[in-house]
Ligand binder design. Structure first.
Ligand SMILES: *Cc1c(COP(=O)(O)O)cnc(C)c1O
Length: 232
């Protein structure tokens, strides 16, 4: 077995154990293998180990990789997105996790209308309140969701967050708990067209905690593909 296959097996086992601890069905959790900066050969190794869902954070890299790999995979855009890059995403990705402003939502609506398609999106929320982070403040999310609920080419599926990079992942639990509460609160508003069900939360250092707190997508990069080398 390759290292990537070993890592995938290990991560899947941890997810399934966390589900059992939390009384959840492991089928509720989708593992997104975050392949950013990694070569196509690594993605192919993961595919050989049965992985079909991949996450990238740059549009250019997505375009290159989806041109090279023509097998039917599910690609997720998880990174900060510039308006002029939105046009490449309809038909390429199944979901955009990082929608955190009106201009971006409008651009997605416009580009998807042109192509007569609907984009699944998540609203990115800065649960941990870090200044350097993208994402809406928790207090802004309800109004934001309401303001895009009438868009015909966007389907708001849920919320996404990036918690702290920390040596003490247990300290991120509160952010995951609070994001789930936020989702329930928004659903209780009974906004037309809005029924949120997805929570994208948890990365290599904290995905088991996120699963215990209700994650439906976990985004794991390093834990599958090893450390990233941004210098190359
Ligand atoms: C890179 C990245 C991940 C994966 O991070 P790891 O710590 O390597 O698992 C998850 N989510 C987002 C938004 C990322 O940019």
């Amino acid at each position: 077995m390759s290292t990537i296959a070993d890592n995938l097996a290990y991560v899947r086992k941890n997810i399934s154990d966390a589900c059992i601890r939390a009384g959840r069905d492991p089928k509720e959790v989708t593992l997104i293998a975050v392949s950013k900066t990694k070569p196509v050969s690594d993605i192919r190794e993961a595919m050989s180990a049965g992985q079909t869902v991949f996450g990238e954070n740059k549009v250019q890299e997505l375009r290159t990789k989806t041109t090279e790999i023509t097998e039917p995979l599910s690609w997720h855009m998880i990174g900060h997105l510039q308006l002029n890059k939105v046009k490449y995403l309809p038909g390429m990705v199944d979901m955009i996790h990082s929608v955190d402003n009106m201009a971006l939502a409008e651009q997605i609506e416009k580009e998807c209308a042109k192509k007569d398609t609907v984009m699944n999106i998540l609203c990115e929320v800065n649960m941990a309140g870090e200044e350097s982070k993208f994402g809406l403040a928790p207090s802004e999310v309800k109004d934001f969701v309401k303001s895009i609920s009438g868009f015909n080419h966007i389907k708001v599926k849920g919320l996404m967050t990036v918690a702290h990079a920390t040596d003490d992942p247990e300290s991120n639990r509160v952010y995951f708990k609070d994001m789930k509460k936020l989702m329930v609160d928004i659903n209780n508003e009974k906004i037309d067209n809005i029924k949120l069900s997805e929570l994208s939360m948890g990365m290599t250092n904290d995905y088991t905690i996120a699963v215990e707190e209700g994650a439906t997508f976990v985004r794991v990069g390093t834990g599958i593909f090893g450390a990233r080398n941004y210098a190359v």
